[in-house]
Design a protein around this ligand. Structure first.
Ligand code: BJ8
Length: 424
């Protein structure tokens, strides 16, 4: 990628030397974790290509979109309604960073005992390493966990921030607040683009995002098969790419990949022998290139069959129902869909245990690994609550807390291998 895109990266004010180093590490990491897999689907060639051009061609597309007058909206949370962004004829990009980058610089802006996901997006910015962030005309934060909302205050000095207020409960008053926040976001997008969003625009946005979610739901359903037809690593990658690829092109590619998967399932073929132990990952989101735990699990004799996370089911579970009527009517329908998200930042977060159990059953999981990023209070708390619930249903579980560093990989492997051995 280097060379061809240098001029573009320079215009985006990236640190070219450090950026080249990052791409090299990413390429090596990807080769070891992804390209070494056997029995991969042909449809994954598209994902390999997209990933290889993650800072190249996709960024070029964003620059072209900007030249046509489109705005780029960077986001950190699945609460930000992409339907509105598309209705405003803007491009939405998921910014959540999954690399151990710029951590020392980040600790000048946020406390050391902050989760790596937050430190990573701060680090990417301070180290001038993320072309998505540098391309964003608006960066949308949200009042979810304390770590994020306080980080956004400091981050606002460095990026054009806009913060959505996410309620912390699901009371009627909270739902009303959220509906008004969705309207406020619409107004902000209209101010940015200078164009009013119509009911037709919203219908188009809903159609595109529902299409993407339906394709990802189809992928998820096919993973119930034994033998598992696709690896957890590849499925995670697909979900990660869903946050920054062009949504219409991505949907076409995923549906084609699902056609291939259906043939594979019908033939009883898979990526691991029938009867391989099946694990559901549950908890914190895994942003690109956070592939450490999936790699550990799938090199410990198990296969991952689902991700109960925002880079996974929490983002794709619900569609926006058909909506007609005025712009306000449709906005309410969109807002209500997002209020169903079972993020651990809510108190209580009553829907999540049922959702985890349903997923574990539907995907025929033999066990659940509860994944928490170090210093993430919401998910660490819920992992403790979930353990007895899973136990009561006869589902073995393992709670792991880890960050982005590779230092604990041996220790993680020992714990995961021991867990997999106990699965029946
Ligand atoms: S809807 S999960 S994307 S907030 S890992 S930053 S919670 S300390 S990411 Fe999230 Fe939206 Fe919820 Fe999903 Fe804080 Fe925890 Fe860090 Fe986290």
């Amino acid at each position: 990628m280097a060379g061809v895109h240098d001029e573009m990266w320079e215009k985006l004010n990236l640190d070219l030397t450090a950026h080249e180093g990052l791409l090299q590490v990413l390429g090596k990491f990807y080769g070891d974790i992804y390209l070494s897999q056997e029995n991969r689907l042909k449809g994954m060639e598209y994902m390999d290509f997209v990933l290889s051009e993650v800072h190249g061609l996709r960024i070029k597309e964003l620059q072209d979109a900007k030249a046509e007058g489109k705005k780029i909206i960077g986001t950190f949370c699945v609460y930000v309604p992409e339907e509105l962004v598309l209705a405003a004829n803007c491009v939405q990009i998921g910014l959540c960073a999954g690399a151990e980058v710029g951590m020392e610089s980040a600790e000048r802006l946020v406390p050391r005992n902050t989760c790596d996901l937050i430190k990573s997006f701060v680090g990417f910015k301070l180290s001038r390493l993320c072309p998505y962030l540098e391309s964003s005309d608006l960066v949308v934060g949200e009042t979810t966990c304390d770590g994020k909302k306080k980080a956004y205050e400091a981050f606002a000095t460095y990026a054009p921030m806009y913060v959505m207020e996410i309620p912390q409960t699901k009371s009627e008053a909270a739902k009303a607040l959220w509906r008004s926040e969705v309207r406020r976001f619409k107004a902000r997008l209209e101010e940015l683009t200078g164009k009013a969003i119509t009911a037709e625009d919203l219908a188009r946005g809903i159609d595109i995002v529902n299409g993407k979610r339906k394709a990802l739901q189809r992928l998820s359903a096919l993973r119930a098969a034994d033998p598992a037809p696709i690896s957890g690593r590849d499925s995670l990658l697909i979900n990660q790419i869903s946050f920054y690829d062009d949504p219409i092109r991505f949907t076409t590619q995923i549906n084609a990949l699902c056609d291939e998967l259906e043939v594979r399932v019908a033939a009883g073929e898979g990526v691991a022998p029938k009867g391989t132990k099946r694990v559901l990952l549950s908890g914190c989101p895994m942003a690109v290139p956070n592939w450490k735990l999936p790699f550990v699990v799938e090199s410990s004799g198990a296969v991952i069959v689902g991700e109960e996370s925002c880079i996974g089911e929490r983002n794709t579970r619900d569609l926006v129902p058909d909506a007609t009527g005025t712009v306000d009517d449709i906005l309410d329908v969109i807002a209500d869909r997002y209020m169903k998200i079972d993020c651990a930042c809510f108190t209580p977060n009553a829907e999540r245990p049922g959702n985890i159990l349903e997923l574990a059953n539907r995907l025929n999981a033999d066990g659940v690994i509860q994944y928490t990023l170090l210093f993430c209070q919401p998910y660490a708390n819920e992992a403790m609550r979930m353990e007895p619930i899973l136990k009561d249903k006869g589902i073995p579980s393992l709670a792991l807390e880890t960050g982005y560093s590779m230092e604990d990989i041996g220790q993680l492997k020992t714990r995961v291998e021991a867990f997999v051995e106990t699965l029946e």
